[in-house]
Design a protein around this ligand. Structure first.
Ligand SMILES: *Cc1c(COP(=O)(O)O)cnc(C)c1O
Length: 358
């Protein structure tokens, strides 16, 4: 019962096979090989336009390098206050942008709202020498609270960003889970809604270590090869990176994996929500579940060996915050989470919840 993160899993066998098949013989290094070209072609096909895609080994590298391409030294990047880029990347975006400032925006359920964005922008007017100048807005899809921006919400935020002269980045570490969950195509969720650059994640959903920085406006990608090399993300045996991405995308595999993870989360969510004393502060929209549970349920799950993290409650309104004797958990399902693990987790929680005073 390991629900700690989707990176607790290994890689998908199809991705591993793609690497094994790319392995024999020799090929040009540093991403100049046919597998990387194939991955690029597949990404252009997927996004229904010619994109400039660059493979890197980590999500942090992908985000930091993408933001550096959008935000010149000493400018401001706006994001949700719990965004991975501001909370979990050890200052890499600030470092790679050359002293950029990340400005966190509060918002329920992990989402930036147009009002929240406008208020943050108002605090950084243009032309004030004392202040960093706005350069980019970064949105996470799926968000850090496991929620999704609708296409209309992305478009409204991107329009506001562009109107204020900012570029728009999307952190898609779990982009596959978002596409699998929504009625929108990858194109509709990104460039058609105003996203300029996407960090397209594969690692959490089945690759070993592979993410793509995808530029929809290829003219913005001019110096990215240099940035990537300087950032230590130009892999010498690049074909093994290209093979991962190609294997991940082949035959819609990436969406099959994400659909499985989402289905497990939906079942986990429904099973927990039905228990007395358990509530979900926001809906389960992809592969993450955030239940607030009685402490005894948390204790019983831990005693049964379940793994997961307690979670921050900053995305909650006061009325939804855990009360005394309650705890909020984060549960993540991966492409290989087993149904039996989900059912066992629900059963353990149900037994503990049943003995709770109502
Ligand atoms: C996991 C994750 C990343 C990437 O993290 P790495 O550990 O650097 O690969 C980026 N954004 C979000 C929202 C994530 O959950």
């Amino acid at each position: 019962m390991n629900f700690s993160s989707d990176n607790a899993s290994g890689a998908s066998p199809q991705v591993l096979r793609a690497i094994v098949e790319a392995n024999p013989g020799t090929a040009a290094p540093y991403g100049m090989d046919p597998w990387t070209a194939d991955a690029s072609r597949r990404l252009s096909e997927l996004f229904e336009r010619e994109v400039a895609a660059f493979l890197v080994a980590t999500g942090t590298g992908s985000n930091a390098l993408a933001l550096a391409a959008l935000a010149p030294p000493g400018t401001a990047v706006f994001c949700h206050q719990e965004a991975h880029v501001i909370e979990d990347e050890c200052g890499a975006p600030e470092f790679f942008t050359g002293g950029g400032k990340l400005v966190g925006i509060p918002g329920a359920g992990g989402k930036v709202t147009p009002d929240g964005f406008a208020a943050a922008l108002a605090r950084y007017p243009r032309g004030i020498v004392r202040q960093v100048q706005p350069a980019a807005l970064s949105l996470s899809q799926v968000t850090e609270a496991g929620t999704l921006y609708t296409v209309a919400e992305i478009r409204a935020l991107a329009d506001a960003a562009h109107a204020a002269g900012l570029a728009v980045h999307m952190d898609g570490a779990r982009f596959a889970n978002a596409v699998a969950a929504m009625e929108a195509t990858p194109a509709e969720m990104t460039w058609k809604a105003g996203v300029d650059v996407l960090s397209f994640g594969a690692t959490k959903n089945g690759a070993i270590a592979c993410e793509a920085v995808v530029f929809f406006d290829t003219s913005r990608a001019g110096d990215f090869l240099f940035r990537r090399k300087r950032g230590g993300h130009t892999l010498s045996k690049g074909r093994l990176l290209g093979a991962q991405m190609a294997g991940f995308l082949d035959g819609g595999h990436w969406l099959d994996l994400a659909r499985r993870a989402n289905a497990r989360a939906a079942r986990l969510s429904a099973g927990l929500a039905a228990l007395p004393g358990v509530r979900l502060p926001w809906p389960t929209e992809a592969n993450e579940v955030f239940p607030i549970v009685p402490a005894a349920v948390d204790d019983a799950l831990k005693a049964a060996g379940a793994r997961y993290y307690p979670w921050t409650t900053r995305s909650l309104g006061d009325d939804a915050a855990p009360r005394e004797g309650e705890r909020m958990l984060r549960l993540i399902c991966a492409f290989d989470t087993e149904e039996a693990a989900v059912e066992e987790f629900i059963a353990v929680a149900a037994r503990a919840a049943a003995v709770q005073p109502r």
